[in-house]
Design a protein around this ligand. Structure first.
Ligand code: FES
Ligand code: FES
Length: 205
C-alpha cells in the first residue's frame, strides 16, 4: 500500500515554458531547486542562493524573479519562463543573439540570468517603467532613452564575476534597438505601420 507523503510535502503543478510539470515537493523547496534538482532544468544557475547575485533569474508572469527566493509551491499557477524557454524553437531570442554576437559573457555562468533579466528589462523600458537612473519620472515625460547608464541600473541585480559588463550593456542595447525596430515595423490592428516615436522612442544606448 502506498505511503502518504508527509504533511510537509505537497503536489504542485508548475507551468514552465508552456509545459505543465507535476511533482511532490517539500514546502521548503525553492523554485530554483525544483527546477535544477527535480526537473533537470539546469540552465537556471545557482550562485549565492540568497537573492544577491541574479544567477537564478527567471520570469514569473513575464516579470523578473530570483528563483532561489521563491518557493516552488508559491509558483503554482504562475507562468514560469526559464532560459530554456526564451528562444522560439531553433530561433534564438534577440537578446540571446546579441549576447552571442557581442561576446556578452566569458565563463557563461551568469549568462542565463543576465539574458532572462535583459528580456524583462527591454519590456519594462518599452512599457515606460522608470528606473533609479531616470531623471524625469513624470508619466508625461515618456520612456527615458535606454542609455548605458539606464541599462546598468536596470541590470544591477545581475552580477558577473568575470566582469563582462561592457559587452553585456552593449548586447542589451542592441537587442533593445532590434525590439524597437520590430515594434515600429509591425502593422497595427488596422494593418497600417505602427506609430513611430511612442513606446520605444530613444531606445538606443
Ligand atoms: S542564486 Fe539566486 S540570487 Fe544568487
Ligand atoms: S560570464 Fe562569468 S560570471 Fe558572468
Amino acid at each position: 500500500m502506498a505511503t502518504a507523503p508527509p504533511s510537509t510535502y505537497s503536489a504542485v503543478t508548475l507551468n514552465i515554458n508552456g509545459e505543465k510539470h507535476t511533482l511532490t515537493v517539500d514546502h521548503r523547496t525553492t523554485l530554483l531547486d525544483a527546477l535544477r534538482e527535480r526537473l533537470d532544468m539546469t540552465g537556471t544557475k545557482k550562485g549565492c542562493d540568497q537573492g544577491q547575485c541574479g544567477a537564478c533569474t527567471v520570469l514569473l508572469d513575464k516579470r523578473r524573479a530570483v528563483a532561489c527566493l521563491q518557493l516552488a509551491v508559491a509558483a503554482e499557477g504562475r507562468e514560469i519562463t526559464t532560459i530554456e524557454g526564451v528562444a522560439e524553437g531553433d530561433r534564438l531570442h534577440p537578446v540571446q543573439q546579441a549576447f552571442l554576437d557581442l561576446d556578452g559573457y566569458q565563463c557563461g555562468y551568469c549568462t542565463p540570468g543576465q539574458i532572462c533579466s535583459a528580456v524583462a528589462v527591454i519590456e519594462e523600458h518599452a512599457a515606460g517603467w522608470p528606473s533609479a537612473a531616470t531623471d524625469d519620472v513624470r508619466p508625461e515625460a515618456g520612456p527615458p532613452p535606454l542609455t548605458a547608464e539606464e541599462i546598468r541600473e536596470r541590470m544591477s541585480g545581475n552580477l558577473c564575476r568575470c566582469g563582462a559588463y561592457v559587452s553585456i550593456v552593449q548586447a542589451v542595447a542592441r537587442a533593445a534597438e532590434a525590439d524597437a525596430r520590430a515594434a515600429q515595423d509591425a502593422p497595427d490592428t488596422q494593418g497600417a505601420p505602427a506609430a513611430q516615436g511612442t513606446e520605444h522612442e530613444g531606445a538606443a544606448a
